[in-house]
Design a protein around this ligand. Structure first.
Ligand SMILES: [Zn+2]
Length: 403
C-alpha cells in the first residue's frame, strides 16, 4: 500500500511538472488545450491547474478566442512567483544578478576586489549582495529557487567545488558549501564557459539549432558544448578544455606543460608576446609610443589595430588562423549547427574573424562546414549570468526521472 501511495504521489508530481512546463513554453494556454497536449482528462487538468494556481506558479491571464460558446480562460506562468540569482566570479570582479522565473533580469550589482582577495572574502561579500538584493525587492527566501554560480576552471558540479582555476588561483574551493551555508539557499556551480553556452542557447531564437559550440577567447581559451540543446559536461566536468587542444606539437610551451596549445596561440598571451616582438624590432610606432608609458595590454593592441597599424593587424590575423584551426577540429568532431565566439577577446573580432572563418572552412571535412554559422557574441555579462541562473531554473522545472 505504501508503495502504491508513493507511486501515486510521484505520478501526480510528474503530471504537475509536465503541465507547468507546457504552460511555461506554450502559455498563455487554455485548460482544454492542456488536456489535448498532455492526453490527461479535463478534470485531472483542472485539479493540477488548481494546485498550481494555489502555489502562485501560474496565473489566469484572461480570456482567449473561441470558435463559439464560452471563451476559455488562459493560463500563463507567474514570472514573479519565484526568483533565482546568477553569479559570475571573475578575477577581481563578481557580478550578482536577480532573475524572475522567465530568467529576465530584475537587478544586478558588480563587486570589485583586489587580486589578492581570498575566496572567503569574495564569497562572503557575494552573500551580502544576494541578501541585500533579496531584501531590496522584498523576496522571501522560500521564493528563491537558488543561486547559479559560474566561475572559470575545472568544476566538480556534483559537489559544487572549484577544483582548479588558474585564472582565479583557486584550488579545491567548496563554493556550494560556503555559499549555501551563508545564504541558506540552494547553490549550483558551473564552469563559466558552460554557463555562457547555456545562456547563448536561451537567446537562440532558431529552435532548429540543436548543436552549438560557444568558444571564448581573451585571458584564456575555452569552449562550452551544447549537444541536442543540453549542456555536455563530460565524465568529470572537463569537456570543452578547448584551450588545451594542441595545434602545433613543436609550438610554444603552455602552462599545462604541453606544447602548441590554443591557449598560447589564440589568447591575450599570444597577442602580447607577438606585440613585444613587434616593438623590439621597431616595426610599430604606435605600440612603441604606448609601451613607453605603460605595459602593453590587449586594449592598447586593439587601439593600435583600430588606428590602422598593419603590423598589429597581422598579429590578429595570425591569432584568427590559429583559432580557425581549432574551430575546424571542433567542426570535424561535433558537426555543429553553429559556433559562437565570445569572451573578452571577442571585442577585437573584427580583426580576426575573417581569417578564423576562412581556415575553419578550409580545414573542415568536405561539406561538413557548409551549413555551420560562425558568429561573434557582443560580449555582455548578462548572457553568462543568465546561463548560470537558467541552470537552476531548469532544475526546478525538471520532470522527476525525466533524465
Ligand atoms: Zn595547454
Amino acid at each position: 500500500m505504501g508503495i502504491a501511495k508513493a507511486d501515486r504521489k510521484l505520478m501526480r508530481e510528474i503530471n504537475n511538472m509536465h503541465v507547468l512546463q507546457l504552460i511555461r513554453v506554450n502559455g498563455p494556454i487554455s485548460r482544454p488545450d492542456l488536456a489535448e497536449q498532455t492526453g490527461l482528462g479535463l478534470s485531472t487538468i483542472s485539479n493540477i491547474v488548481g494546485e498550481l494556481l494555489e502555489n502562485r506558479l501560474i496565473r489566469d491571464v484572461g480570456e482567449g478566442d473561441s470558435s463559439g460558446g464560452r471563451r476559455p480562460s488562459l493560463l500563463d506562468i507567474n514570472e514573479s512567483a519565484r526568483y533565482t540569482f546568477g553569479v559570475k566570479i571573475g578575477p577581481g570582479n563578481v557580478w550578482v544578478a536577480l532573475f524572475d522565473l522567465r530568467i529576465r533580469p530584475v537587478d544586478v550589482e558588480e563587486l570589485s576586489f583586489p587580486p589578492t582577495a581570498s575566496p572567503d572574502v569574495v564569497l562572503s561579500e557575494t552573500t551580502a549582495v544576494i541578501e541585500r538584493l533579496r531584501k531590496k525587492h522584498r523576496i522571501p527566501r522560500r521564493d528563491v529557487l537558488g543561486i547559479g554560480v559560474s566561475t572559470s576552471g575545472l568544476i566538480d558540479a556534483e559537489s559544487g567545488t572549484c577544483v582548479y582555476s588558474p585564472i582565479l588561483k583557486w584550488e579545491h574551493i567548496p563554493i556550494k558549501q560556503i555559499l549555501g551555508q551563508s545564504s541558506k539557499l540552494d547553490v549550483m556551480v558551473e564552469n563559466d564557459v558552460n554557463a555562457f553556452a547555456y545562456g547563448m542557447l536561451l537567446h537562440e531564437p532558431n529552435m532548429s539549432i540543436k548543436n552549438m559550440i560557444c568558444i571564448t577567447t581573451g585571458p584564456g581559451v575555452g569552449a562550452g558544448i551544447i549537444l541536442d540543446r543540453s549542456l555536455y559536461r563530460g565524465s568529470r566536468g572537463g569537456a570543452g578544455e578547448f584551450g588545451h587542444m594542441s595545434i602545433d606539437q613543436h609550438g610554444p610551451l603552455c602552462s599545462c606543460g604541453r606544447q602548441g596549445c590554443l591557449e598560447v596561440l589564440a589568447s591575450d598571451q599570444f597577442l602580447l608576446a607577438r606585440a613585444r616582438e613587434l616593438v623590439s624590432s621597431g616595426q610599430s610606432s604606435i605600440l612603441q609610443m604606448m609601451s613607453e608609458d605603460k605595459d602593453l595590454s590587449p586594449t592598447s593592441l586593439l587601439f593600435a589595430a583600430e588606428s590602422g597599424d598593419e603590423g598589429v593587424r597581422d598579429i590578429y590575423r595570425e591569432l584568427g588562423r590559429n583559432l580557425g584551426c581549432g574551430v575546424a577540429n571542433l567542426i570535424n568532431l561535433f558537426d555543429p549547427d553553429k559556433i559562437v565566439i565570445g569572451g573578452e577577446g571577442a571585442v577585437a573580432a573584427n580583426f580576426f574573424i575573417e581569417t578564423t572563418r576562412e581556415i575553419a572552412y578550409k580545414y573542415s571535412f568536405p561539406h561538413l562546414a557548409d551549413h555551420v554559422e560562425i558568429v561573434v557574441d557582443d560580449g555582455s555579462e548578462d548572457v553568462w549570468l543568465q546561463g548560470a541562473a537558467a541552470l537552476v531554473v531548469e532544475e526546478f522545472f525538471k520532470v522527476p526521472f525525466a533524465s
